[in-house]
Design a protein around this ligand. Structure first.
Ligand SMILES: Cc1cc2nc3c(=O)[nH]c(=O)nc-3n(C[C@H](O)[C@H](O)[C@H](O)COP(=O)(O)OP(=O)(O)OC[C@H]3O[C@@H](n4cnc5c(N)ncnc54)[C@H](O)[C@@H]3O)c2cc1C
Length: 291
């Protein structure tokens, strides 16, 4: 189903994000294990991140094609503009459409690690808004955009971040999927600002099941997400115990998701990191194991 139609059905819609695995073996594992296990929960869609390098980009579209057309699950293809000319971006859009994929998560993307600021390709699109406008010229595409409950690290302040989100929605974003956060209070506060700004589209919280203490600290630092003191205190019990950290991650994400659903969230978007077990356990805890 198209993103612009999906969240009208009056039930929480589950989506799961993957990234392109690095080896052929890992790709097979993703499809034969993770995808098969999570398919049983009837997700509204799977999505695949769009990498920084040329070969990963082609891989993203190929894997989305396989998810939709061979695994048989609705799919959202991520697309960014990093390092691409306009023609290269248009070619990516053509390839995505040729694979029968209409759902797109339109991103600017992050600059390479050694460049602190985003610099557009000299012949490229300059911003996510320009990409959204370009994709939106073709009514084939149904477009999601990103939102930042704790304010994007590069934003001047909350007001400018929300104003930019509004521009992305007005340019053609029909749903917002958020960055990870580790306390529902951040999301609920963000929602207050979003609605006050007159942004009315569905906003879907991004949920990262913690897999290890080191991993969540790394991710949180990269994304500018806070690790609340209560979470940090728990994590410190599992410094060298991945199974313990993952179990705590399941409990924490279950509590956060329960609060979000109670507050009316229309969906949950899981950053599954190509693994099934934690997302599966959280969905079972939430009673979202659909027959
Ligand atoms: C759900 C989700 C999925 C993601 N998937 C991918 C992926 O597949 N590939 C990938 O590379 N990265 C991905 N990311 C990471 C994302 O690219 C980074 O978080 C990036 O730093 C910003 O997101 P964006 O690309 O949507 O940028 P934008 O929203 O375009 O920009 C980020 C912020 O910068 C400010 N800003 C940017 N441009 C302007 C402007 N012209 N004027 C004023 N303010 C501006 C705004 O405050 C804005 O919120 C994902 C993030 C999320 C939340």
């Amino acid at each position: 189903m198209r993103l612009d139609e999906l969240y009208r059905q009056g039930r929480p819609e589950i989506s799961v994000e993957f990234f392109p695995p690095k080896t052929p073996e890992a790709i097979e594992r993703l499809f034969t294990e993770t995808v098969e296990r999570l398919k049983k929960f009837q997700p509204a869609f799977f999505s695949m991140t769009f990498g920084a390098g040329g070969s990963t980009r082609n891989l993203t579209i190929d894997l989305c094609d396989r998810l939709k057309n061979r695994a048989g699950v609705e799919t959202t293809c991520h697309l960014n503009i990093v390092g691409q000319s306009k023609e290269e971006t248009r070619e990516n859009l053509r390839r995505i459409k040729a694979a029968g994929l209409y759902n797109l998560l339109a991103l600017r993307g992050d600059p390479p690690r050694d460049e602190p600021d985003f610099k557009p390709h000299p012949d490229g699109f300059h911003s996510s808004v320009e990409l959204i406008e370009e994709a939106g010229k073709d009514p084939w595409f149904s477009i999601a955009v990103t939102g930042f409950p704790e304010v994007h690290p590069a934003a001047k302040d909350r007001a400018s971040d929300i104003a930019y989100l509004k521009r992305k929605v007005e340019a053609g974003g029909s749903v917002v999927i958020t960055q990870l956060f580790l306390d529902e209070a951040y999301f609920l506060e963000f929602m207050g600002h979003v609605r006050k700004a007159g942004i009315t589209v569905p906003v879907i919280p991004g949920i990262l099941p913690i897999l290890s203490a080191a991993q969540i600290r790394r991710f949180a630092a990269l994304c500018g997400s806070t690790i609340p003191p209560a979470v940090e205190k728990e994590l410190s019990k599992y410094e060298n115990d991945e199974a313990g950290a993952a179990q705590y991650g399941i409990e924490l994400a279950t509590r956060i998701c329960q609060a979000l659903l109670k507050s009316g969230a229309r969906g949950l978007h899981f950053y599954a990191l190509n693994r099934a077990a934690s997302t599966e356990a959280i969905l079972k805890n939430l009673g979202l194991a659909r027959p």
